[in-house]
Design a protein around this ligand. Structure first.
Ligand code: HEC
Length: 119
């Protein structure tokens, strides 16, 4: 006769596996704080040149999210874009250095980019 695991034991095991699965998923996807991101975009005057769904001086954030959707290093590239001051061309043809965020907190910068990429 084979001994099976008692029902109570199996339930407990199931519950434990469930908990582990939840905590793994929880750390893999960092939640975007959209409210904080929008506030920062407004404060840093990003929205003067960018809109979510139409081109202004710069591309819409939807277009940016689309362009980078399959790129694993999108976050790093875009963090660099808004902190390194690369040359960009405006609609009237003149070139200037892209806006560098006044905020230096890496977490806030990452959150802003994550929000853009989620559009
Ligand atoms: C003076 C206008 C202006 C302001 C202000 C501005 N941008 Fe831009 N941004 C541009 C232009 C123009 C481009 C297009 C650059 C290009 O494609 O060469 C651009 C491109 C981008 C891109 C896409 C880069 C890529 O590799 O495709 C992101 C992301 C971005 N801006 C984010 C921001 C954020 C975040 C802020 C605020 C901190 C900001 N921008 C403020 C004009 C601006």
């Amino acid at each position: 006769m084979t001994r099976s695991v008692p029902v109570r034991g199996r339930l407990l095991l199931g519950a434990m596996l469930g908990l582990i699965a939840c905590s793994v998923a929880g750390t893999a996807v960092a939640a975007v704080d959209a409210v904080a991101a929008k506030k920062m975009a407004r404060k840093e005057s990003c929205l003067r040149c960018h809109a979510l769904d139409r081109k202004k001086e710069g591309p819409s954030y939807q277009a940016v999210a689309y362009k980078y959707k399959d790129q694993a290093d999108a976050q790093d590239k875009l963090v660099e874009h808004i902190t390194a001051g690369k040359k960009v061309k405006l609609t009237d043809g003149h070139e200037e250095t892209h806006k560098i965020t006044k905020t230096k907190d890496p977490e806030q910068i990452k959150n802003l980019i994550a929000w853009i990429l989620a559009q």
